[in-house]
Design a protein. Structure first.
Length: 367
């Protein structure tokens, strides 16, 4: 039996990992998948409930890596994954997305002469200030098989000179997870404070990117935007631990908590967040994954960033890119929402329940 190592470190990684794990178990019994959790998001909504929701077993390998910065974390993660790979002799290493665990797993596989497959390959923001962009580039360039989620990924990899036989369009595996768990998250109970306003189609907000929360001026601007929305709408803001700490340091947390229409909550579970977003009037965010989830659910999304590595969410989806300091954002947002609500729903190719099957078919062909 051939052995496959699935490397993940964050909640989004495991959301992408789950459909593939289940597909291998059910339809590719000649392979044995092993899960390696590097520990990048060990405490951030990664409770037993999270594993139960995704119907995943406990990871086979728990590295518990804690680093003092990106480079330190990647270095320690490389050491941890390398120990696993050297002891167990895998036939394939699969990494997901663009986090530190992604780059570390790909580097270890490549240096150990184990074939590497990157799920969600080819995405580019063209912004080297983003740690994720560096992770994407490194991972793609040491991987043997590149599983692409949207057309821009194919174009980017062609531009960078990758051989066509290494690049396969498989679709968006995160959307497959959303679809496969839909009957569960649609019927989950929300926390009481959220449930009280859920049916009124609130605005949902998420902010966590360093460029928005680590810079004092930008963080003040985020607070202004949230307050502006809360003047006319109910806003639910699940606060990322990093963002909460920065708001606390700057004295903004208490000010936001005083806004009567702005509900600050602890981070939500994956299922809770999907249910909340599915009934939102709109979402304001700086997240990559949320751009995709809202596009699939046909919920208007405003992404307060200068760029996106997921342009299909703008071209076919519901996403509008917005500079944080745009002075006319409120008018543009209303126009965007009216446009999305007034058009026919657009289907994005290969955002379906067969993504993991396409990946498994590739695995069967190459190892």
């Amino acid at each position: 039996m051939k052995k496959i190592l699935l490397v993940a470190g964050t909640r989004p990684n495991f959301i992408k990992l789950a459909p593939l794990y289940h597909r291998i178990i059910s339809e590719a019994t000649e392979y044995r998948p092993y899960i390696c959790h590097t520990g990048q998001h060990f405490d951030f909504n990664m409770s037993d409930v999270f594993w139960q929701n995704l119907e995943l077993p406990a990871p086979d390998f728990q590295l518990g890596v804690k680093g003092s910065g990106v480079a330190d974390t990647i270095g320690k993660t490389i050491l941890g994954i390398n120990e696993v790979v050297q002891q167990h002799k895998f036939d394939l290493v699969i990494v997901f997305g663009d986090v530190n665990a992604t780059a570390a797993g790909a580097i270890v596989g490549a240096q150990s002469r184990v074939p590497v497959m990157h799920v969600e390959a080819g995405l580019r923001s063209f912004d080297r200030d983003m740690p994720e962009e560096i992770n994407r580039i490194i991972t793609d360039h040491v991987s043997d098989y590149l599983m692409v989620s949207e057309p821009s990924g194919i174009k980017n990899l062609q531009r960078e000179g990758f051989a066509e036989n290494k690049v396969i369009m498989v679709g968006n595996i995160m959307i497959e997870c959303l679809l496969r768990t839909r009957q569960l998250w649609e019927h989950i109970s929300l926390p009481h404070a959220i449930d009280a306003v859920y049916k009124n189609h609130p605005v949902v907000a998420t902010f966590h990117r360093p460029e928005n929360v680590d810079n004092k001026d930008n963080l003040n601007r985020v607070a202004e935007i949230l307050t502006s929305f809360a003047a006319t709408e109910t806003v639910i803001f699940p606060v990322h631990p990093r963002t909460r700490a920065k708001l606390q340091e700057s004295g903004l947390l208490e000010k936001l908590q005083k806004e009567s229409n702005l509900l600050l909550t602890e981070p939500l579970s994956y299922f809770e967040f999907l249910k909340l977003v599915s009934n939102a009037k709109m979402v304001i965010t700086d997240s990559g994954g949320v751009q995709e989830e809202t596009s699939f659910l046909n919920i208007p999304c405003i992404t307060f960033r200068k760029n996106t590595e997921r342009p299909v969410t703008v071209e076919l989806g519901t996403n509008l890119m917005m500079d944080l300091w745009n002075k006319t954002y409120s008018t543009q947002i209303e126009q965007h929402r009216n446009h999305i609500m007034g058009r026919e729903r657009v289907s994005i190719p290969l955002w379906d329940e067969e993504v993991s099957k396409r990946i498994v078919n590739t695995i069967k062909r190459v190892i």
